[in-house]
Design a protein around this ligand. Structure first.
Ligand SMILES: Cc1cc2nc3c(=O)[nH]c(=O)nc-3n(C[C@H](O)[C@H](O)[C@H](O)COP(=O)(O)OP(=O)(O)OC[C@H]3O[C@@H](n4cnc5c(N)ncnc54)[C@H](O)[C@@H]3O)c2cc1C
Length: 476
């Protein structure tokens, strides 16, 4: 056994968090703020989980950098800015991404110190409702005693049966964040947001990109109009789509990967050659090595830790949040749950409003959604009104020369309450926040329509869409 932590010397912890992703580290900070003696066990050498190390942050760093390259090559000339000799420096771009990741993970380490949270480096196992055993990264084990345990172990890459990921020719999203050269032909398996974001990065850096998707649409789960528009815009940028198609084999060799594709509805198989294949067909909850079965913690049919509305598992004193439980696998959902569970443990009334969690695709243009889609409202038989406004009629978007996309606001037909919003366009991920806030306050479309919006801003498109709900948009 190694030296004791301060928490152990003081007679055990109030809370031991397993996993330091956005769920775990935020829960640890909020718990410490509320006076709970808190430790966080993380098996990675750095804090921040999937999101900061191999997810949201490095992917957004590469999206930002590659977007600048794209603008320099193809966007600036229309603004009357000419630059010659624009070149990609891939090692430089990767170094910038690594720096962004390090700044963020070190930032969490600073916050842990500031809040006096014990960071224990090692692999945790639930050894009982009040104890966590840690196989320390540096060797040896440590037994932590605690009043509460929070499982925040996140998720892992979903494999595709029969297709082995070697992170060289056949890569996961993790490999897709650090290729050392630009593949000539990149085939992305899966038309979800991770595949489209990484596909966009490598397309901008020079790859020919083909997205193969099993379903007959990309971005499943988003509003159909958003999916169709995004497909059109990404196609215009040069990405090819093979929808309703499944990959049944991938044979990697020195020179590339030979893929076998089959139509989903049956028909002859065909071959597709790729230099690199990115498998991005989803993520699955990660509970390996946690000892949950022995501890009696129940999982659901999809391997997620089962929790009640207070994030409690079936074993008293053991809680779970984030990607490892039900709900959208998103960093801000995990963070919100982290705050809520810490407040519940401190005797307060923590709560997450799952009806107002935005989802963003950080391609260019971006796509962002909150609340119900038109398809969901139709299926539920809810009568609604839709207001639409295109960015082509927005002054600021014209000045930016970024007029692709639209805002669509969905409001209850009888009460006018906002039920959902869907945006394709410049900075859609930032714009959606206005509607999320409105929904938190129970806003009607009329409230948004009567709110003063600065001119000229992209946000005016939201106001116009709200006006359009009652057929009175001004600028179209
Ligand atoms: C390429 C990519 C891009 C993404 N982009 C976005 C985005 O733009 N926006 C967004 O909202 N979401 C994004 N996500 C999803 C986001 O990363 C996850 O939703 C989020 O990280 C979930 O947080 P979490 O705290 O539940 O778990 P994680 O972030 O997965 O963290 C879990 C941590 O637990 C640790 N752990 C697991 N088991 C143990 C154990 N037994 N002992 C000790 N430690 C353990 C793991 O090492 C890990 O660090 C992206 C994901 C990927 C892969």
């Amino acid at each position: 056994m190694n030296e004791q932590t301060a928490g152990e010397r003081a007679g055990g912890y109030d809370l031991v968090v397993i996993g330091s992703g956005p769920g775990g580290y935020v829960a640890a900070i909020r718990a410490a703020q509320l006076g709970l003696k808190t430790a966080c066990v993380e098996k990675r050498e750095t804090l921040g989980g999937t999101c900061l190390n191999i997810g949201c942050i490095p992917s957004k760093a590469l999206l930002q950098s590659s977007e600048l390259l794209e603008e320099a090559r193809h966007g600036l000339a229309r603004h009357g800015v000419r630059i010659a000799g624009v070149e990609l420096d891939l090692p430089g771009m990767m170094a910038q991404k690594d720096k962004v990741v390090a700044d963020n993970t070190n930032g969490v380490a600073f916050l842990f110190k500031k809040n006096k949270i014990d960071w224990i480096k090692g692999q945790a196992r639930v050894a009982g409702a009040d104890r966590v055993e840690v196989a320390l990264n540096g060797g040896g084990t440590r037994l932590l005693t605690t009043r509460n345990i929070l499982i925040a172990t996140g998720s892992d890459i979903m494999p595709l049966p029969g297709i082995a990921i070697d992170e060289k020719r056949v890569i996961s999203s993790t490999g897709g964040l650090s290729l050392s050269e630009v593949p000539k032909h990149l085939v992305v398996i899966g038309g979800g947001y991770i595949g489209l974001e990484l596909g966009s990065v490598w397309r901008r850096l020079g790859s020919e990109v083909t997205v193969v998707e099993f379903l007959d649409r990309i971005l499943p789960g988003m509003d159909g109009e958003v999916s169709r528009q995004m497909q059109r815009l990404l196609q215009k940028q040069g990405i090819s789509f093979r929808l309703g198609t499944k990959v049944t084999a991938a044979v990697a060799s020195e020179n590339g990967v030979a893929l076998t594709l089959e139509p989903d509805k049956g028909g002859p198989a065909e071959k597709l050659a790729a230099d690199v294949v990115l498998v991005s067909v989803g993520r699955r909850p990660f509970t390996e090595g946690l000892g949950l079965e022995a501890a009696g913690v129940a999982l659901d049919e999809r391997g997620r830790v089962k929790t009640d509305s207070h994030f409690a598992t079936n074993v008293p004193g053991i809680y779970a949040i984030g990607d490892v439980i039900a709900g959208p696998m998103l960093a801000h959902k995990a963070e919100d749950e982290g705050v809520a569970v810490a407040e519940i443990l401190a005797g307060q009334a923590g709560h997450v409003n799952y009806d107002a969690i935005p989802g963003v695709v950080y391609t260019w243009p971006e796509a962002a959604s909150v609340g119900k889609t038109e398809e969901e409202l139709k299926a539920a038989g809810i009568a609604y009104k839709a207001g639409r406004f295109p960015f082509s009629a927005n002054g600021r978007a014209r000045a930016m020369a970024m007029t692709d996309g639209f805002v669509k606001l969905l409001a209850d037909k009888a009460t006018d309450r906002v039920l959902g919003a869907h945006i394709v366009g410049p900075n859609a991920g930032d714009l959606i926040a206005e509607i999320v806030l409105g929904m938190e306050f129970g806003a009607a479309a009329e409230d948004i329509a009567r709110t003063s919006h600065a001119h000229p801003t992209l946000n005016e498109a939201i106001k116009e869409a709200a006006l359009a709900v009652d057929g009175r948009a001004i600028h179209i």
